[in-house]
Design a protein around this ligand. Structure first.
Ligand SMILES: Nc1ncnc2c1ncn2[C@@H]1O[C@H](COP(=O)(O)OP(=O)(O)O)[C@@H](O)[C@H]1O
Ligand SMILES: [Mg+2]
Length: 383
C-alpha cells in the first residue's frame, strides 16, 4: 500500500516544524495537523487545520500517512484511539503508542507508573474535596500541578503553607490538580532517550546528559552536565511503556541522587542543541524511530543552547538577530516563525567551539538589546 505522505505529525508547533525539516532533508514527505493553523509546522510543509478531538480529521490524516507520530502530548488519547480503531490501523502505525501517551499526558498517572516500577520521583496525590488529605500526605512546601495540559510552568504553583494552599483554591477546587512533594534540588538535568523494539531486540540509547537551567519555570539554558543520568532516564521511559523518542527531566539533589520530574514523549527543548552538535539531531532520530528505521549512532561536540523568549517593547526581530548572532560564527540561530509575545519561546541559539555557555548568553543578550525598543515606553518620565 502506498501513501501520499511518509509521516503524519500530530501538532503544529516548533517541534513539528523541526521534525518536518529533518524528514524533508532525507527526501520524506510529512503532513501535520495543527488546530491553530499557520503555525511553525504549517509554514514548512502541507498541514491540516482541525481540532485534536476531530475524529474525522484524525482519520483523514491516518489514511494518507504511512506512519504517525506526535510533536506534543496534548492530543486526547480517546480521539486518537477512536480514529485508529475505525481505520483498523496496526499498533506500530503510531509512535509512541496510545497507552504510553495516555499515561504520560496525565501527570498523576505518570507518577503512579514510576512508583509501580520503583523509579524515584516526587511523591504526589490528587487534590480532592477540601485538600486536607493531600496536605496530610504531602505537607509543605508543596508543588501544585495541573494533571493535564501544563507546559513551561503554566500549570505549576508552589504553596509554602496552608494559607497559600487555600489562596490557590480557585484553581484546584474544580478538580484535575495534584499535590506534589517539593524537591530541594541542586540542579535540573535532562536526557533524550531512544527506545524501540526491532523484531525481538530492544534498542536503547541516550543522548548525553544535559544540565537545564529554568527561568520563570521555563527551560532557558541547556549545556553538557558532566553527569550521567542515563540509567534512571531509561528506567523512567520503560516505566511508561515508552517506544520512540523521549525527553526525560530530572532533579539532582544535594547528595547527588536523582529523581525523575517528568517525561515528554517527543522531541524536547533540552535536545535542541543536537541541531548543531555535528551528530544526528533529535529530530532526525525522531523521524527514523517513527518510521521504524534504526537511529543513527550518536556523536557530537559540546554545545550550549539558549532559548530566545518573547520580550516586551520590541521592534523587528530580524535586525536584532542579524546584529547580535551573526557576528559570532560559532553561534547558530533557529527561529520558529511564531507571533512574538512576551514569555513565548520564539527560537533558540546554539553555541559550539569553546566557552559555549558564555558565548550563548552573550549572543542572546546582544539580540535582546538590539531587539528592544529604546527607550522602553515604561521608562519615559511624565513631563
Ligand atoms: N516537585 C517539584 N519540586 C521543586 N520544583 C519543581 C517540582 N516540580 C516542578 N518544579 C519546577 O517547575 C518546573 C516546571 O515543572 P514541570 O513539572 O516540569 O512542568 P512543565 O510541564 O510546565 O514543564 C520544573 O522544571 C522545576 O523547575
Ligand atoms: Mg517540565
Amino acid at each position: 500500500m502506498t501513501f501520499e505522505f511518509d509521516l503524519g505529525i500530530l501538532g503544529g508547533g516548533q517541534l513539528g516544524r523541526m521534525s518536518i525539516m529533518a524528514a524533508q532533508r532525507m527526501g520524506l514527505a510529512c503532513l501535520s495537523l495543527d488546530p491553530a493553523g499557520g503555525g511553525p509546522a504549517a509554514q514548512v510543509g502541507p498541514a491540516m487545520q482541525a481540532a485534536f478531538t476531530d475524529v474525522d480529521a484524525l482519520k483523514h490524516l491516518f489514511s494518507v500517512c504511512a506512519r504517525v507520530t506526535f510533536e506534543n502530548e496534548f492530543v486526547p488519547a480517546t480521539a486518537v484511539r477512536e480514529a485508529l480503531e475505525q481505520l483498523g490501523r496496526p499498533p506500530e502505525f503510531l509512535m509512541p503508542g496510545l497507552d504510553c501517551l495516555a499515561t504520560v499526558q496525565d501527570k498523576l498517572h505518570q507518577r503512579e507508573a514510576y512508583v509501580r516500577a520503583g523509579v524515584p520521583s516526587p511523591k504526589a496525590v490528587a487534590i480532592a474535596d477540601d485538600g486536607a488529605a493531600a496536605i496530610a500526605t504531602i505537607g509543605f512546601p508543596m508543588v501544585l500541578k495541573a494533571r493535564f495540559g501544563g507546559y513551561d510552568g503554566r500549570g505549576t504553583r508552589t504553596a509554602r503553607n496552608a494559607q497559600e494552599f487555600e489562596d490557590y483554591k480557585t484553581i484546584w477546587a474544580d478538580g484535575g490538580w495534584l499535590a506534589e512533594e517539593f524537591v530541594e534540588f541542586k540542579r535540573e538535568l535532562a536526557v533524550m532517550v531512544m527506545r524501540r523494539r526491532y523484531g525481538d531486540e530492544w534498542l536503547q540509547a541516550c543522548f548525553p546528559t544535559m544540565e537545564t537551567v529554568q527561568a520563570n519555570h521555563q527551560c532557558d539554558l541547556v549545556f553538557p552536565a558532566e553527569a550521567d543520568a542515563t540509567e534512571i532516564a531509561l528506567r523512567a521511559v520503560e516505566a511508561v511503556g515508552g517506544e520512540g523518542l523521549f525527553g526525560v527531566e530530572l532533579f539532582e539533589k544535594a547528595d547527588g541522587s536523582l529523581v525523575v520530574n517528568e517525561i515528554a514523549p517527543r522531541p524536547h527543548n533540552s535536545g535542541h542543541y543536537t541541531l548543531d552538535w555535528g551528530g544526528p539531531s533529535q529530530f532526525e532520530q525522531h523521524v527514523r524511530l517513527a518510521l521504524n528505521l534504526p537511529p543513527a549512532p550518536l556523536d557530537g561536540v559540546p554545545t550550549c543552547m539558549a532559548n530566545l523568549i518573547g520580550q516586551p517593547h520590541v521592534g523587528d526581530f530580524r535586525s536584532g538577530l542579524v546584529a547580535a548572532i551573526f557576528s559570532d560564527f560559532g553561534v547558530r540561530v533557529h527561529w520558529y516563525g511564531k507571533q512574538p509575545r512576551p514569555g513565548r519561546k520564539l527560537g533558540h541559539i546554539n553555541a559550539v567551539g569553546g566557552d559555549i555557555v558564555d558565548r550563548a548568553v552573550r549572543a542572546r543578550e546582544a539580540f535582546y538589546n538590539a531587539w528592544r525598543l529604546d527607550p522602553e515606553p515604561d521608562d519615559l518620565v511624565e513631563p
